[in-house]
Design a protein. Structure first.
Length: 259
């Protein structure tokens, strides 16, 4: 039977609730700074989250919500470069928001990461978002030295296809020289689960307001959050007698899957 070697974490929605009050606000600030009258409401942003990746999300919005829009392009700038410029500003606003300290980790995240680290379980990140966003979130919300906690932080455009494609998880597994059967993945969304599952990873899902009603069939366990000893999780799919997610529960799920 394989032994549990590594935990691989998604970032947005999984480590922290970054979308509604983080990424969404940063997109809107970048639109305002570019004199665009676009404003993504909480509800609209929920629709747009179906597309992973910020640049891809901007293009999707343009093509599907305002197809008549024509940007004022500086000479020699392509539409792709215009989107990339807008998105670069968005990243700047998002990093600023994190540095203001507005976004903390979800329940149980720090505890589980610390426990796994102390036990010699290898840790990694597999995310769609831009590398600067991940490093700033880890440094501001987890620990100034926490980048070193993760053997690999795989993010953004490092792979050709974003989630739900399996590429980012395949990349992490390849870099760590691990088989999917030696790891557990943590996700918050249907696209993230599809990505991890296609890479062959057993996956624990912690939902949030944007993803609660999505299809998580095939997940090893679906919870409202990882829980704490004084803040029990709610089990939304699957079975466990535990009330918070720790390494013992990770090992228990792992054994059940491989026995
Ligand atoms: C997260 C995303 C990201 C962020 C924005 O998906 O979809 O696109 O919303 O990040 P996941 P960028 O949690 O599944 O990785 O704007 O930096 O692309
Ligand atoms: Mg996510």
């Amino acid at each position: 039977m394989p032994e549990l070697q590594a935990l691989i974490f998604d970032v947005d929605g999984t480590l922290a609730e970054t979308e509604r009050d983080g990424h969404r606000i940063a997109f809107n600030r970048s639109f305002a700074a570019a004199n665009l009258d676009w404003d993504w409401s909480v509800e609209r942003y929920g629709e747009l989250l179906a597309v992973t990746g910020g640049k891809e999300r901007i293009r999707f919005f343009w093509e599907n919500y305002i197809p008549e829009f024509v940007p004022t392009l500086t000479e020699g700038i392509s539409e792709k470069e215009w989107i990339a410029g807008l998105h670069k500003a968005k990243t700047k606003y998002y990093v600023q928001l994190l540095q203001e300290g507005g976004i903390g980790l979800r329940p149980g995240v720090r505890r589980l990461l610390t426990e796994a680290r102390d036990a010699g379980i290898r840790l990694a990140i597999a995310t769609t978002t831009t590398p600067d966003n991940v490093t700033t979130l880890l440094e501001t919300a987890l620990d100034p030295d926490s980048l070193g906690w993760f053997e690999i932080i795989a993010a953004g455009d490092i792979v050709p296809a974003k989630k739900p494609a399996p590429d980012i998880y395949d990349y992490v597994l390849q870099q760590m020289q691990l088989q999917p059967t030696q790891c557990l993945a943590f996700e918050d969304s249907e696209a993230g689960l599809a990505s991890a599952q296609q890479a062959g990873l057993a996956t624990i899902v912690t939902v949030n307001d944007y993803t609660r009603s999505q299809d998580f069939s095939g997940a090893a366990l679906v919870l409202d959050h990882l829980g704490e000893p004084d803040l029990p999780f709610e089990v939304l799919q699957g079975n466990t007698a535990s009330s918070y997610f720790d390494l013992a529960l990770a090992q228990e799920l792992f054994k059940a899957m491989h026995s």
